[in-house]
Design a protein. Structure first.
Lengths: 262, 279, 333
């Protein structure tokens, strides 16, 4: 099987796997209702505590964070479905190259993530009055693409080591929601206690959120290149680590003969 | 739990509710980790709120803590009560339970009540974070009314849980929407900010939720500062609390009526189509 | 119509009266293209059971045994037909029936595995409205009767299959029912445990209980039941005592042939012989066994030798027809 074919069939597989777990109603719900209501929730909290000036900051932050449902949450659930559904052993039994499988499946999440963020940004503009008048379209587009891509890497990383644990749903929840605290989504990273701030920079989303804010304010690609570069680096490292976990899990499974329901 | 034989005579219906409640508690003790997914979101949301609140003045700490607690109870109601009947199916006990002479609604009511109570653990966790991590000052002005309001709110949540439990069995798409309902409920119920802040057309949705009134009452019992933001501005605090609770009780009774109808539908479907009782 | 009941064993009327019970399920399949089919689980079932009787319902999988039990225990509403259980109507007096019967559905489910036996029994006792003072005493007695007293406080998930089965049985007796429905109670059990379960069932009947039992083991029906109804495709094809049922096959004998080298071809040839009513074959790798039901009796042996002349014959036996043979005949004809 050529690598390209594996890549595409993995992508289609991931697409269908996504629909098996998320039936169409649920997929639509996630796309629209969850992202919107989360953004609304924090916008109102921000409005209540800090006043109207907080709205754009929070709306944009949550718009970018909405990528995590399709990247982080979905990936962890699907990899665990594989494990529990028993298909993982079948997958690992094939001679197909691992990397194309790995990346192919990830691609569908990237596309889905881009869609989510786009829809959320539209909400931000229409419902919460975020002003896109001065936005730099190119910079913003690249930011969104890169954020979706790198957050998929993050998702693969968490999905990778959640193989070792029995309750991936807890992981999926934790690692999707903590982004709200650490990534400068609802408040600047600087508002976190000093010692904790370093953690924020391990998440690709942190860079993406900041870059998006600058792009919407009119910043050019050049202005945000530093951020994007760091984001790309963190994202690639995550993806590599995720791949490493995936392969090492396979080795462990081969040795101990245990895959399902570890 | 004390030894067997310690229960005074109770009407049979209450006995069933209590027995189901006890069974749910036993399951929780056996598997405490299942509450975790339900409480992560409220926990995180509260932390965000508390961080935003740092350095501001106003009763935000109150909102954050109570809000976090209420959100945890909502989460439990939605997921655990919503899936209460499904739980029996997964355990393989649904047929036996439905074959018993006791009404299914009583059994699920017991479970639903236990879920609302579990939500209290969320409030405790949130409290801990707020006091230790964010140094929010604690103080409840009217502890007795606070407890009364809390208990009545729990009852209202349980009744709503009954509606979820039956609706989720009657309709597959209702189940799929669970994930989407969580955050909207947090918003509409005014758990972390006053309902007044929301666009006016959402207000009716807020008002038909019993717990919204309960939360308002709880905040009133906790702090005078809140008095300016309650639904009943201009009236005395105590009167406002009583009005809140009265409205909530009425709404809860309506929930019970709706739930009774829904459960009759569930049982009818089980006995005619046999679908609920398939393994 | 409410019949009078005095004490157990002296009740008048019938424990169960089923009249033309019928249950049709409407099944809708598929998400995009919805197809509707009707499944007739029970077509027309009528029978009566006396108090104190151990009544058996036997049939292949899918014959309608479980559905019949569910109809009689009010778990399902019939599409048509009526029935009374302990004198109460299955549609009008649902709660009264449920309070007074025991249901043992078999298998390993029906128990909360994460809690103890005592908690399970206590819970169901409450669901069945057993008064608190009676409840605890009865739980103790039941656990003793089932040999579970020592492990009563352990979680059910730590129990062996046999123990779970016994607990399941105990749960079915928690309300001290006079009438107990058991759906395939020994299915999937080790022979040892199955034997013990049958012993317990007999003991219950000796105590005066009425039991309706379904099974697809004929020998079990023969051993336990006073009368047996054979059900096939939702209808009762025969209802009699075990010896009465055997009369269906009295005119036949079963010739059992054990050999090697017997193939489907030979089996087919046997089936073609007139006076051969049925042939069941167990064609293993090292040995094949044929059971030929025939009215010819020993006369068929020469034909056996002729057809099997290219195979090795180890043994030929002629046997008295059993209930199993009657069953096969009735079910497969």
């Amino acid at each position: 099987m050529s690598r390209l074919r594996i890549f595409f069939s993995s992508a289609i597989f991931a697409f269908r796997a996504q629909f098996e777990w998320l039936n169409p109603t649920m997929w639509l719900t996630m796309k629209f209702v969850i992202s919107l209501s989360q953004m609304a929730f924090f916008v109102f909290v921000g409005l209540f505590i800090k006043g109207p000036s907080a709205i754009p900051f929070i709306a944009i932050g949550n718009a970018l964070q909405s990528v995590s449902w399709n990247t982080v949450f979905s990936i962890i659930n699907i990899t665990s479905n594989d494990k529990w559904g028993g298909t993982l052993s079948i997958l690992l039994a094939t001679p197909a190259g691992r990397l194309p499988i790995f990346i192919g499946r990830a691609m569908i999440h990237v596309l889905d993530g881009i869609l989510s963020v786009t829809i959320s940004l539209v909400f931000a503009s229409l419902l919460f009055g975020v002003n896109f008048g001065q936005a730099n379209a190119l910079a913003l587009t690249i930011t969104v693409l890169l954020t979706a891509f790198t957050m998929t890497g993050y998702g693969l990383l968490i999905g990778g080591f959640s193989f070792y644990f029995r309750d991936p749903l807890i992981f999926a929840n934790i690692f999707t929601f903590i982004l709200l605290i650490f990534c400068g989504v609802n408040f600047p990273v600087q508002d976190l206690p000093q010692p904790v701030q370093a953690v924020s920079y391990a998440f690709p989303l942190t860079y993406g959120v900041e870059a998006a804010r600058r792009a919407i304010d009119g910043g050019t690609l050049f202005d945000i290149s530093g951020l994007l570069g760091s984001q790309l680096l963190v994202g690639l490292v995550s993806m590599m680590l995720g791949y490493f976990f995936f392969r090492s899990f396979e080795r462990v499974a081969r040795k101990t003969g245990r895959i399902e329901a570890v | 739990m004390k030894a067997e034989g310690d229960m005074p005579k109770m009407p049979q219906a209450l006995k069933v509710v209590y027995s189901a409640f006890r069974m749910a508690m036993l399951h929780w003790i056996a598997d405490p980790q299942w509450v975790i997914p339900n409480i992560i979101a409220p926990f995180v949301f509260t932390t965000v709120a508390l961080t935003l609140f740092k350095g501001s003045t106003g009763p935000f700490g109150l909102y954050a803590i109570l809000g976090g607690g209420i959100m945890g109870m909502w989460g439990n109601t939605l997921y655990s009560s919503g899936f209460a009947i499904e739980f029996e199916k997964w355990q393989g006990t649904l047929e036996e339970v439905m074959a018993a002479p006791s009404k299914l609604i009583l059994v699920i009511a017991g479970r639903s009540a236990s879920n609302a109570v579990f939500g209290l653990t969320n409030m405790a966790a949130v409290l801990l974070i707020a006091v230790l991590g964010f140094r929010v000052p604690l103080g409840i002005e009217n502890p007795l009314l606070f407890i009364v309001a809390l208990i009545l709110t729990l009852l209202s949540l349980s009744a709503l849980g009954l509606i979820f439990a039956s609706a989720f069995v009657l309709s597959r798409s209702a189940q799929a929407l669970t994930n989407g309902l969580e955050t909207p409920l947090y918003i509409i119920s005014g758990s972390m900010f006053p309902v007044a802040l929301l666009p006016f057309w959402i207000h009716p949705a807020a008002y038909i939720l019993g717990p919204t009134w309960g939360v308002d009452a709880i905040r009133l019992t906790a702090s005078q500062e809140y008095a300016s933001q309650t639904f009943w501005t201009g009236m005395g605090t105590n009167l406002a609390i009583i009005l809140d609770l009265a409205v909530m009780v009425l709404i809860t009774l309506a929930y019970v009526v709706i739930a009774t109808v829904l459960f009759k539908m569930v049982e009818k479907r089980a006995r005619i189509q046999g679908t609920l009782v398939e393994a | 119509m409410i019949k009078q009941r005095a004490q157990h064993g002296h009740a008048t009327g019938k424990a169960i009266i089923a009249e033309h019970l019928c249950k049709v399920f409407n099944i809708t399949k598929g998400t995009l293209r919805r197809t509707k089919t009707q499944v007739v689980a029970v077509k027309d079932v009528s029978f009566e059971v006396d108090y104190g009787e151990l009544f058996g319902v036997v049939g292949p999988n899918g014959a309608g045994k479980t559905t019949t039990i569910k109809l009689l225990t009010t778990m399902l509403i019939p599409t048509s037909g009526r029935a009374t259980v302990l004198g109460y109507d299955i549609q009008r007096d649902v709660t009264k029936i449920r309070e007074r019967i025991g249901i043992v559905l078999g298998g390993e489910r029906g128990l909360y595995t994460r809690v103890s036996a005592i908690d399970n029994l206590r819970y169901f006792a409450d669901l069945y409205g057993v008064p608190a003072d009676v409840r605890d005493k009865r739980i103790k007695e039941l656990l003793q009767f089932m040999g579970l007293s020592e492990r009563a406080r352990d979680r059910v998930e730590t129990y062996s299959k046999g123990m779970k089965q016994r607990l399941h049985l105990a749960r079915g007796l928690i309300n001290d029912p006079d009438l107990i429905f058991m759906d395939e109670p020994t299915i999937g059990l080790d022979p040892e445990i199955a034997r013990e379960t049958r012993k317990m069932i007999k003991e219950l009947v000796e105590k005066g209980k009425t039991i309706l039992l379904t099974t697809h083991y004929m020998f079990e029906a023969e051993e336990l039941c006073k009368r047996v109804a054979i059900i096939r495709s939702g209808e009762i094809v025969a209802l009699d005592t075990p010896s009465g049922l055997k009369k269906y096959v009295m005119d036949t004998s079963v010739v059992e042939v054990e050999g090697f080298g017997i193939t489907e071809k030979e089996v087919a040839r046997f089936k073609e012989i007139s006076d051969v009513l049925s042939v069941s074959a167990d064609l293993g790798e090292n040995k094949q066994i044929l059971k030929i039901q025939t009215s010819k009796g020993s006369e068929i042996i020469s034909e056996v030798q002729e057809i099997l002349k290219n195979s090795r014959i180890y043994d030929i036996k002629i046997k008295e027809p059993t209930l199993e043979d009657a069953y096969l005949r009735l079910v497969e004809s």
